[in-house]
Write a new protein. Sequence first.
Length: 390
Amino acid sequence: MENSSEATISAASNALLPMMSLDERFTIIRSIGLESADEDELRVLLERKAAPICYVWCDPSPWVHIAQGIMMVFNVNKLIKAGCRVKILMADWFAHILRKSDDLSKIQAIGRYMIEIWKAAGLDLDGVEFVWLSDEINGPASGEYWALLMDVARNNTLRRTVRCCGLAEPPMEYRELVKPHERGDVVGARVVHTCMQCAAVLFQKADIWLLSMDHEEGQPDVGTLTREYCRDMKGEDHGPIILSHHKLPNLILDHEHARIQDPMFGIFMEDEERDVPVKIRHAHCPAEVAEGNPCLEYIKHIVLPWFGCFEVPGKEENCSGTSRTFQKMEELIADYESGTLHPTEVKLALTMALNKIMNTVRRHFTDDGKARDLKQAMKVYHSNQPVLFA
């Protein structure tokens, strides 16, 4: 029998199903991010199950990138709308072993802080259940989890596991010289973490997993590792369907350690209103170039889904002096590539839009006592760890 939280999720999801066709549900889930090879599997799943179980992976962090704070809300709400029973897995135990904190309760406080961000950003809380990984793998079925972890580790090479850690490969000409066990940037915990994440994905017995698209193109990731394990070791045709949502590019020009050393690389939910214009002003935004333009990517994946449009204020030097409103990304790209829309205009409008979005969250952390206390607790991490960790 379903527990009360699962029943609530199921009821919330199924309430929408009579109004949506299978094609509509497929299109919604497909829009999040899905390998084309998995499309048939998703269709079969939706035909077979009215309310597929979808787990969403979350690594607790006191520094919440806007993709984790806002894009994740968009994606989870899409899954709920498509009839999925969504469970957000807070990977508190992983953050604990990776030494983001020696105190598990502090990691869980970070997780609750992130939940408050999602709540303020409009997450459909009635359609979501939060699951703490520490409860899962230290509970009554912990023996099953650890046996699964060891089997995953035993059946994967060190090289493959290291490549799934999200670390860049050495240049091609050095790959045969630099052995996986000789890499100075790989600690044992990272290797164990990859096997643990794969085992955790399998342990939950979910139909769908939403993971972040953090791996480099051409490299295997934990989702690939999981599905190949199911195929090769368990004799299954496939494992859980893996959704990999889009990863926002760095705002600053690519350099090797942007994620770790430079807080200018992205917008964070912790940024004050005065911080956003500084970051956007320094952002890479080449004139008349839309492809790979980080400012346009922020507009496409954050601003347009939130407002339904992108408004560029008018300037005195414009003939009309009136603002321009773009309903579709294609319209914006056309004007930008033609030179009609200047990078300065885009940056100004993007700054205003981002601060409007983030002010909604900022007000929640000012007005709500519980949220305010959690934000205050996060300031300890921000002062002790001014350099962002991945």
